[in-house]
Design a protein around this ligand. Structure first.
Ligand code: GDG
Length: 461
């Protein structure tokens, strides 16, 4: 079997790939271990030009090499903070209003992609297959192709692909789509993302796209497909159950004093609908006086991208909203929203999910949303909690047992919270079973294996 080379903006550390950390890192590392290979990308460090130019730092773990490079400040600003996170992220999440376009940042984005590609070339072998991840690295294959690299290269987009009318807001939209066409396989989280890409190819790039995903455009042919990212449900169930007996979780349980628990966990990001969620919870308390004092919303929201201005604003807005709502409904011994601006161990999150009666996952737009899937996997099958899920999360296509909401509809979301809290056991079990069937069908291993089979060009049985 040919070696696998994974390229992503951030490379997991060898410890993050061990089971206790869980998640995507474990899934991708599994594939790397099977075929041997390299995981290449940014180390997360901002370094001097001299250090950046020294070549990748290599760490080995069995047949897998972790190869990382630092980024000079200017590259970090233009490629990561600038074009990736102040332009691509908002527009791909349908938030043109928050996007900031700067030509120099775009030039920096392409320059860093080319620079990273040249660093990788030295580590490549002729029959390696290369799997590139996410929006930071759209031009990566094009840079490799210009240097004469003929290997199979695939790309998976973790976030939504916007409809053409939205994408047109990015001045170099055509260059970006042309860059995507330099891959052999381009994978999306949902059919709606793939169709949006096909629409652009047909209407704006004078290309052709067949329903089964064969694309011809910009003088290239490629395949598109949908690969629904998932979780390993059994591993999560086990983590959640084991954690239940640990002190931190017992302490939380005790502090709730018999109150019901609603859990939410998101990176602190405006795409996750946190302000709307807090307002829906406020509306619920307003309309349901009998629940005041009897239910607590725990919102865990570790900060990310804190140096992008829009992220500073969302943080301020949330602090204001949480303070305002708590001011209105707290008692001497009761705080309705516990808003925790920090990162927790994964086992703790899974155990808290298991302890809770409702999982509130209401992004305004999300490629998939793994928290929704983790929430289901962590439940006690004999007494499962209810998932209240935004229709705009990719996960909504599969988690059909969830109570679906439009997160902009504050009243509708508040009514869903009320229904979820009062739901009889039989209905909760039935919804849980429906979701678990989908979770098992598209687990993380299936996502990875299907993508790699297409990238390797394996014939379907
Ligand atoms: C992107 C796309 C897509 C969160 N807080 C803590 C913590 N987490 C973990 C969650 C989950 C992961 O981070 C977040 O994944 P999501 O899928 O929910 O969202 P994004 O970070 O925006 O991810 C998304 C995903 O890529 C995969 O393709 O689903 O749509 O936006 O696993 O549990 N983990 C720990 N402590 C925390 O405080 N340990």
């Amino acid at each position: 079997m040919s070696r696998l080379v994974v390229v992503s903006n951030r490379v997991a550390t060898p410890t993050e790939t061990k089971g206790s950390a869980g998640g995507l890192a474990v899934g991708v590392f599994g594939a790397l271990k099977d075929s041997g290979g390299v995981w290449f990308g940014w180390s997360g460090d901002v370094v001097s030009e001299t250090v950046a130019n020294q070549g990748p730092k290599l760490e080995r773990d069995g047949a897998v090499t972790f190869a990382t490079v630092g980024l000079p400040k200017k590259d970090y600003d233009q490629y990561y903070r600038g074009f990736s996170n102040a332009m691509l992220w908002p527009v791909f999440h349908y938030r043109n209003d928050l996007a900031v376009y700067d030509r120099d940042e775009y030039a920096g984005y392409r320059r860093v992609n080319a620079w990273l590609a040249h660093k990788l070339i030295k580590l490549l072998e002729p029959d390696d297959i290369i799997w590139v991840h996410d929006y930071h690295l759209i031009p990566f294959a094009e840079a490799l192709r210009s240097a004469g690299i003929k290997n199979r290269i695939g790309f998976f987009l973790h976030i939504p692909f916007p409809s053409p009318q939205i994408l047109l807001n990015i001045p170099p939209h055509e260059e970006l789509v042309k860059s995507l066409c330099c891959y052999d396989v381009v994978g999306f989280q949902t059919e709606r993302d793939r169709i949006a890409f096909h629409d652009y190819i047909v209407r704006h790039a004078h290309g052709t796209a067949t329903p089964d995903g064969h694309i011809e455009a910009f003088g290239r042919t490629l395949k598109t497909s949908v690969y629904r990212i998932g979780v390993f449900p059994d591993e999560i169930a086990e983590q959640a159950e084991r954690g239940e007996a640990r002190q931190d979780v017992m302490d939380l349980k005790q502090s709730l004093e018999g109150r019901k628990l609603i859990m939410s966990v998101d990176r602190l990001d405006y795409s996750k609908g946190l302000v709307e969620r807090f307002r829906a919870f406020e509306h619920f308390l307003e309309k349901s006086p009998e629940w005041r004092g009897n239910v607590t919303l725990v919102q865990i929201a570790p900060p990310t991208r804190a140096d992008v201005e829009t992220y500073q604003q969302i943080r301020q807005n949330l602090e204001y909203e949480a303070g305002r709502i708590n001011g209105r409904y707290s008692g001497l011994d009761y705080t309705p929203i516990r808003y925790l601006n920090q990162r927790y161990d994964r086992w703790k999150l899974m155990s808290l999910f298991r302890e809770s009666q409702v999982g509130l996952v209401t992004p305004l737009r999300d490629g998939m949303n793994l928290v929704a899937k983790e929430y289901i996997a962590a439940q006690n099958p004999d007494d499962p909690g209810v998932l209240v899920l935004s229709q705009f999360a990719g996960a909504a296509d599969e988690m059909t047992g969830a109570m679906m909401v439009n997160p902009h509809d504050i009243v509708g979301t508040s009514e869903a919270i009320a229904r979820a809290l009062a739901m009889p056991l039989a209905e909760r079990k039935q919804r849980y079973e429906t979701n678990m069937i989908a979770l098992r069908k598209h687990n993380l291993g299936v996502w990875r294996d299907d993508f790699l089979a297409d990238l390797r060009g394996d014939a379907k049985a």
